[in-house]
Write a protein that binds this ligand. Sequence first.
Ligand SMILES: [Zn+2]
Length: 127
Amino acid sequence: MPTPNRQPDWTQCPECGSEFFQEALFRQYSSSPRGLYRADEAAPPGRVKICLCGYLLPVDGSHPLPPSLQESIDRAQRFRRNNRPDKILAHLERFFVTGTQFQTVVDRLNQLLDIFQKPPADAPVPR
Ligand SMILES: [Zn+2]
């Protein structure tokens, strides 16, 4: 039996659960031959809800966004997901050690130094 197509709950942010948003109009800009940047007046602006956490949602789920705006939103969401503090920390943890790990290595090196500096009791005495 096919699963019914459930409409997402657009009243709550899927990322953080917030129910408060700012509505914003987004326009696509292009540059003129003189180097000026202008909003494309031919294309209608896209209305989007921005959550307190930065997540972007459509204002009304029944009205699809212009494809170019939806692609930009998808890219922005991917960027946010890939640059979350927990992901950045997980990436950096591959290159650094914690203070505890560092101290463990220092303790082991000191133990090795003790072994090399103290000959065993039954070692022959050099003449
Ligand atoms: Zn949110």
